[in-house]
Every structure is written in structure tokens, then in C-alpha cells.
Design a protein around this ligand. Structure first.
Ligand SMILES: [Mg+2]
Ligand SMILES: [Zn+2]
Length: 214
């Protein structure tokens, strides 16, 4: 009897419940998309890769920055090109080992990452996920609906800024990796904001009020 009642409740939820469910679906999270090399960890150099765990070094303040962003209520995703895998320079297992250690160190510092998305393809494979294409961001969005226009992409290259533009989110260029402020006359796309490093960007995002820049 109780079972039958429960079943009818589940099968025919009240209009009120349906409305709550619909409203919950319409609340979209804001996200911070982080490039990895040159933003979270030390930039390995042009055309170079972090090929093993021992080459992975957090940049100063990066873990603290992610902890601050996690507290701000943003979903946090790492979006990174790692074409060295399909070039045969390091294995998918090595990449997974680096990722596991990165995530556990971030969590130990009070941070949290909701997803890590890599493109492991070479440029000549012409995939749909290699930045500046927005494929990895679209994959992150299928997992949770995101409010793109109030989300941020933080990267250290102009390719990251182009990725932000194609995804429709705000772009932040940090000078802790490849790109330097002195090159700004050569940038094909302009970042919305620039900061020295992820921690300074995180402090800005933390105090950024919704709608402030519309
Ligand atoms: Mg980078
Ligand atoms: Zn790809």
C-alpha cells in the first residue's frame, strides 16, 4: 500500500514540484575555465610539454587562487591542449598521473576543480577540441548548464583569449606564462582583462559583482 502510494507520487509529481524542478534547471552556474601550463603550473617553454610528474611545478599562489575561486561559488574547469600525447612525447597514463596529483594538491590547499578537459590531438588531426576552438568548453557545458557571459577564461596565450571569444565568455590574460605585456601591439584579439598571475586574477573575480560590466 505504502509502496503503491509512493509510486503514484513519483509517477505524478504535483505541478508545484514540477515548477521547482524547472526553476532549478534554469539556474545556470558561472564558471572559471583555466588553462593549465603557464596559469596553474610553470610554462614549459614554446613547443615544449610537461611530460612527467616531476616536470609539473605549481606557480606561486596558484593553489591559493583556485581555493579562493572555489569559495566564490564558481564551477572550475581546466581546459588544456596537450597535443604531446598524440605526438608520442608522453603517454595518456603520464598525463593522468600529472592530473591526479594536481587535483589532490589543489584539494589539499582548499580548492576544488569540477572537471579537467584535455585535447590530446595534434594540429594536423584537425579535431574540434583543440583551442582556439571551443569544443572542450562545450563538453564541460554538457555536464552542467553554464552562464557563459558571466563566466571567465583565464589563459597565458592569445590562443586562450581567442577560445574565450569563441565560447562567449570574458577573457583574462595572465603574464605568468608565454605572453608578455610588451607584445600587446601584436595581439590579434584583445583580452578583456590582464593580470600578472592567477592569484591577482582570482582576487579580481572574487570581488566582481554580477552585472557589473554589462
Ligand atoms: Mg598555457
Ligand atoms: Zn582535440
Amino acid at each position: 500500500m505504502i509502496e503503491a502510494k509512493l509510486r503514484s507520487f513519483v509517477d505524478q509529481p504535483s505541478a508545484g514540484l514540477l515548477k521547482i524542478k524547472k526553476n532549478l534547471q534554469e539556474i545556470k552556474a558561472r564558471a572559471i575555465f583555466l588553462d593549465r601550463d603557464g596559469v596553474i603550473n610553470k610554462y614549459p617553454g614554446d613547443t615544449k610539454y610537461v611530460t612527467s610528474l616531476k616536470e609539473f611545478r605549481f606557480l606561486p599562489g596558484a593553489k591559493k587562487a583556485i581555493a579562493l575561486l572555489a569559495k566564490s561559488g564558481f564551477k572550475i574547469f581546466v581546459i588544456s591542449n596537450q597535443g604531446g600525447v598524440n605526438k608520442g612525447l608522453f603517454s595518456a597514463d603520464a598525463l593522468a598521473e600529472i592530473t591526479r596529483k594536481m587535483l589532490s594538491d589543489i584539494e589539499e590547499a582548499g580548492g576544488k576543480v569540477d572537471g579537467v578537459y584535455y585535447c590530446i590531438h595534434r594540429q594536423d588531426e584537425n579535431c574540434s577540441c583543440r583551442k582556439p576552438k571551443a569544443g572542450l568548453i562545450h563538453t564541460a557545458m554538457t555536464a552542467s548548464p553554464l552562464d557563459m557571459k558571466d563566466s571567465f577564461f583565464v589563459g597565458d596565450t592569445i590562443r586562450d583569449i581567442a577560445t574565450a571569444k569563441s565560447a562567449g565568455c570574458k577573457s583574462i590574460l595572465v603574464f605568468s606564462g608565454k605572453e608578455k605585456a610588451a607584445n600587446s601591439d601584436k595581439w590579434e584579439v584583445r583580452p578583456d582583462f590582464t593580470f600578472d598571475n592567477l592569484y591577482k586574477a582570482a582576487k579580481f573575480i572574487h570581488t566582481f559583482k554580477e552585472g557589473q560590466l554589462k
